[in-house]
Ligand binder design. Structure first.
Ligand code: HEM
Length: 144
């Protein structure tokens, strides 16, 4: 299910489930002209790189194929749905299996459509459909 995972990856690029995280500066640091004193808490936000057009061409466009045949590789620490470094999400592989299993079963077992196709995503702080995602759902008849 390689392409299905590309779809999930692209979704997490545009709407990262966790929109960032915190790190503590262990020593005085200088970054792009900013001095960050030792002990400060720094917040990293994934949208800073996920929506950077120099890293992801046409970042507002939903394009799962950007994760295959990359002309330009994604620089390290730029695609961060599961974070990065020593605290990188320990459950990322499990999350991938859960995601693919859910999509596989849902697509194979049901036909569905959104009642409000223009429904937006809000944050609570996790991404959440603003209207609760009402759908019309029908069981596929070829189910055994
Ligand atoms: C789509 C699903 C998931 C997403 C988007 C996600 C995202 C994240 C992110 C952004 C972090 C912080 C990483 C960092 O600070 O660099 C994190 C940490 C963590 N995640 Fe996940 N996660 C997911 C699923 C899971 C699952 C299924 C588990 C466990 C079964 C899990 C367990 C953890 C743990 C234990 C940490 C803390 C790791 C540490 O501090 O060393 N996550 N996750």
């Amino acid at each position: 299910m390689k392409y299905t995972w590309r779809v999930a990856q692209e979704l997490m690029r545009m709407i990262p489930p966790a929109f960032g995280g915190f790190r503590k500066a262990l020593k005085d640091t200088s970054y792009e002209g900013y001095d960050i004193p030792k002990g400060w808490t720094v917040y990293w936000a994934s949208c800073g790189t996920h929506m950077d057009k120099d890293i992801f061409e046409n970042p507002q466009e939903f394009d799962p194929s950007r994760f295959e045949n990359q002309a330009k590789p994604i620089p390290p620490f730029s695609y961060l749905p599961f974070g990065a470094g020593v605290h990188y999400c320990i459950g990322n592989e499990f999350a991938r299996v859960e995601t693919l299993t859910t999509i596989h079963n849902f697509v194979n077992m049901y036909e569905w459509s959104q009642l409000n196709p223009e429904e937006t995503i809000t944050r609570q702080p996790m991404p959440y459909p603003s209207l609760g995602l009402p759908i019309k759902i029908k069981q596929r008849c070829n189910m055994s």
